[in-house]
Design a protein around this ligand. Structure first.
Ligand code: PLP
Length: 396
């Protein structure tokens, strides 16, 4: 009676959610102060005050029928223009409102792009490990294959020898997620320039463009003086998927966009197929209220102090204990090497012996590492340090 693929997806257990649920149950038994939950990537700093002010002002002063009404499918033109202006100010890309399509978060943006580019079950998308596990669902939705480039576990940049081997005439796009979930690493300009050169060369060889799908919900989450290059300025054939889920702490508001600059080869086909694909999954005209809020708050930047404090405390404390990890320059994740190389066993032991909840890297296609989401309270980090210490000591 029902579609078995969707039934399977709907009932498949999620390791991360299971850890989170375990934490909630344990909290009832041992007290919430004794559970150290690093499982979920749910922002822990509030949205900037201007967001709530904009909501209040719109609710009070904007025409109620318009505020709760449909926008055009692509999203309100004034909002898309505000986003384009902001991109132009920051990245000098000559973006136009007509190159932006508003979506209900980054996930439907990615699904729409995957659908738009899939023309046959031979098509291939390439993901670079470690990567967001949902790519398996998103990029195979219309029958394409997801190929995986093994992780560069030295620097968590990109393993180019493997990437070059994996690209074929069937490659439609390479998915680039920087700052990265789960490693927290930012791909350097040098890495992205090298990628652009490789894709240009391979595109010529195979006679069709190979796109970069830039999955960028963490673009604004970066620390110190590290820069996150805007990929369309490096490679014209880039399709950007963005959301304010993490940058403005608005994951529940479901608001984001796809940006395809006109310099992108086959712009009309690509952009309008994304629009058509979004139509098929019903991801059109995100709520007007939150679109209008974004129009007013697009220039807001998150206050990253709390994340940065957490990042430094964890990085310094764990390094001192002897843990090794990827350089955590962005997002709110740290990707730590399991002391004996078995992150699944480490996670299980940490959970059972210390109520310390860490996510094994296996689901991100990078076994041997575990992910810590440090969008938590600084106090929880302090309380959790003896557990990390006991864990590493137990392997000595
Ligand atoms: N891409 C990555 C790498 C993510 O980590 C997430 C969410 O955690 C998404 C996309 C989906 O973002 P959104 O909540 O805006 O749909």
């Amino acid at each position: 009676m029902v579609n078995q693929k969707y039934y399977g997806l709907g009932t498949a257990p999620s390791g991360i959610r299971a850890l989170f649920a375990y934490g909630l149950e344990q909290a009832k038994i041992v007290g919430p102060e004794n559970v150290f939950d690093y499982s979920l990537g749910n922002p822990s700093i509030p949205a900037p005050a201007k967001v709530n002010e904009a909501i209040a002002d719109l609710a009070q002063n904007y025409d109620s029928i318009k505020l709760h009404g449909y926008s055009v499918a692509a999203g309100h033109e004034d909002v898309r223009q505000a986003i384009a202006d902001n991109l132009n100010e920051r990245f000098d890309v000559n973006a136009k409102a007509s190159e932006l399509f508003m979506t209900c978060g980054c996930a439907p943006a990615l699904v729409s792009v995957a659908k738009a580019l899939t023309t046959s079950t031979d098509d291939e998308f390439i993901a670079i490990a470690p990567f967001f596990p949902e790519y398996h669902v998103f990029f195979t939705c219309d029958g394409a294959q997801l190929k995986v480039v093994p992780a560069d576990t030295e620097h968590f940049q990109i393993n180019f020898a493997e990437l070059e081997k994996i690209i074929t005439k069937n490659t439609k796009a390479v998915i680039v997620n920087s700052p990265n979930n789960p490693s927290g690493v930012v791909y350097t300009e040098e890495t992205l320039t090298k990628m652009a050169a490789l894709l240009t060369e391979k595109g010529k060889e195979f006679g069709h463009p190979i796109y970069i799908i830039a999955d960028e919900p963490y673009r604004e989450l970066v620390y110190g003086d590290v820069k996150v290059p805007f990929i369309p300025t490096i490679y014209d054939n880039t399709i950007v998927c963005y959301s304010w889920s993490k940058s403005l702490s608005l994951p529940g508001e479901r608001i984001g966009y796809v940006f395809v600059g006109e310099k992108c080869e086959m712009w009309d086909e690509v952009f309008n197929s994304i629009v058509g694909a979004a139509r098929e999954i019903g991801s059109v005209c995100p709520p007007t209220l939150i679109q209008k809020v974004i129009g007013r708050c697009v220039g807001e930047m998150p206050n990253l102090e709390a994340y940065d404090e957490n990042r430094q405390l964890l990085f310094n404390s764990l390094s001192e204990m002897g843990y090794e990890m990827a350089k955590p320059d962005g997002a709110f994740y740290m990707f730590v090497k399991a002391p004996n190389g078995d992150a699944v066993a480490f996670s299980e032991k940490a959970k059972l012996e210390h109520n310390l909840l860490v996510v094994p890297g296996d689901g991100f296609e990078c076994p041997g590492y575990f992910r810590l989401s440090y969008c938590v309270s600084n106090d929880m980090i302090k309380r959790s340090l003896p557990a990390f210490k006991a864990m590493i000591e137990s392997y000595k």
